[in-house]
Design a protein around this ligand. Structure first.
Ligand SMILES: Cc1ncc(C[n+]2csc(CCOP(=O)(O)OP(=O)(O)O)c2C)c(N)n1
Ligand SMILES: [Mg+2]
Length: 370
């Protein structure tokens, strides 16, 4: 038996009519623009890292449809427990490049004050919960948040995202089991990008698919073409509706590909065949959606140019602004842990400030040491 893969947009842009969601032209344009934003942010992020301006970057090119299609299917008040490869979920909900780059630089305007790893965004007002570095630890947290929403009868639901590698963690199985038993209003969303750093999918699981694992926990699982933004949208929408209606959890697996390296510290040429990368380049999610928009009569060459030019101009402007901000104050490392600072720490803070006043410690560079 093999798992069926849901697809709405065929590779030439034609559509499986009976599966096509009804979306406004404005929504379709926003989906495309956000996917372009993700791709452009990637270009900028890698460039900034390679020129030594930021220490580290996690690209997500190839997974634009997976990120954006999923978040677009939720209500604005639903909770997100994402991974480091989900910047598109924040962009969809209105994060600005300035906020995102401030975080990458770990600069004075970074909401995490340079204390988190780059790409570990957090946007409280968007219910985009701070990324957890240890993979899959966000899953039990997300189930807990879903249970809280259920007890409070808020009608909010939760989506937690994970990679294929994340599904081998104990936290994945623990979260899935608990959610199944207690009918938590949650969508488990796996972006199966075929690799967990250098470990291929075949080294991750002997199951016929990842979505089939949901069956063992007593709820439905589907696999979709993750490079097809409308297929992702439809599957997540269905899962979200079910959760909101009290039907409990669902699992959605999006088949996609990490087109770039795992991070700026990785070189995939050392472990994966160029032919495989080429094969997936042919399935580029932005090209696929563009073909669809062309067939719908929405896309024009002028709009394409305007979209890319606008996004790149925004990014360049945000980069300039953020570069001028400088790092957080050194003494800010004493903030936010205690509601009132204990005497022993106050003493250390005072003595550090005294030391800094002497001017011997001038420039820490502000760079992440990786
Ligand atoms: C518990 C834990 N083990 C190992 C790591 C190191 N690590 C970081 S990312 C990663 C691979 C994750 O792969 P996957 O879940 O498929 O997500 P992807 O990076 O492909 O999006 C590993 C092993 C970690 N961060 N946390
Ligand atoms: Mg992976």
């Amino acid at each position: 038996m093999t798992t069926e893969v849901l697809q709405v947009i065929r590779s030439d842009g034609s559509v499986q009519k009976k599966l096509e969601p009804t979306l406004s032209e404005e929504m379709l344009r926003k989906l495309y623009r956000t996917m372009v934003q993700v791709r452009a942010l990637d270009e900028k992020g890698m460039l900034l890292q390679r020129t030594g301006k930021i220490g580290f970057y996690v690209p997500s090119g190839g997974q634009e449809a997976s990120q954006v299609g999923a978040v677009a299917a939720l209500d604005a008040g639903d909770w997100l427990f994402p991974t480091y490869r989900d910047p598109g979920m924040a962009l969809w909900r209105g994060a600005s490049f300035r906020e995102m780059l401030a975080h990458e630089f770990g600069c004075a305007e970074d909401r995490s004050k340079g204390r988190q790893m780059p790409n570990h965004y957090a946007f409280r007002e968007m219910k985009y919960v701070s990324i957890s570095s240890p993979i899959a630890t966000q899953i039990p947290q997300a189930v807990g948040a879903a249970m809280a929403a259920k007890y409070r009868k808020t009608k909010e639901i939760v989506l937690t995202s994970m990679g294929d590698g994340g599904t081998s963690e104990g936290d994945f199985h623990c979260g899935m089991n608990f959610a199944g038993v207690y009918k938590a209003p949650i969508v488990f969303y796996c972006q199966n990008n075929q690799w967990a750093i250098s470990v291929p999918l075949s080294g991750q699981t002997a199951s016929e698919s990842i979505s089939v694992k949901a069956k063992a926990y007593g709820f439905p699982g589907v696999t979709v073409d993750g490079n097809d933004v409308l297929a992702v949208y439809s599957a997540v929408r269905q899962a979200a509706d079910r959760a909101r209606a009290g039907g409990g959890p669902s699992f959605v697996e999006a088949l996609t590909y990490r087109m770039g390296p795992h991070s700026s510290s990785d070189d995939p040429k050392r472990y994966r065949p160029a032919a495989e990368e080429e094969e997936w380049r042919q399935k580029d999610p932005i090209d696929r959606f563009r073909n669809y928009l062309k067939k719908q009569g929405i896309w024009t060459e002028a709009w394409e140019k305007e979209t890319w030019d606008g996004v790149r101009a925004d990014l360049n402007e945000a980069t300039k602004q953020v570069e001028a901000l400088g790092p957080p104050t050194i003494s800010s490392m004493f903030d936010d842990v205690w509601s009132s600072i204990p005497p022993v720490l106050q003493e250390q803070k005072d003595s550090l400030i005294e030391y800094l006043k002497k001017g011997e410690l001038k420039d820490l560079g502000g760079a992440f040491p990786l």
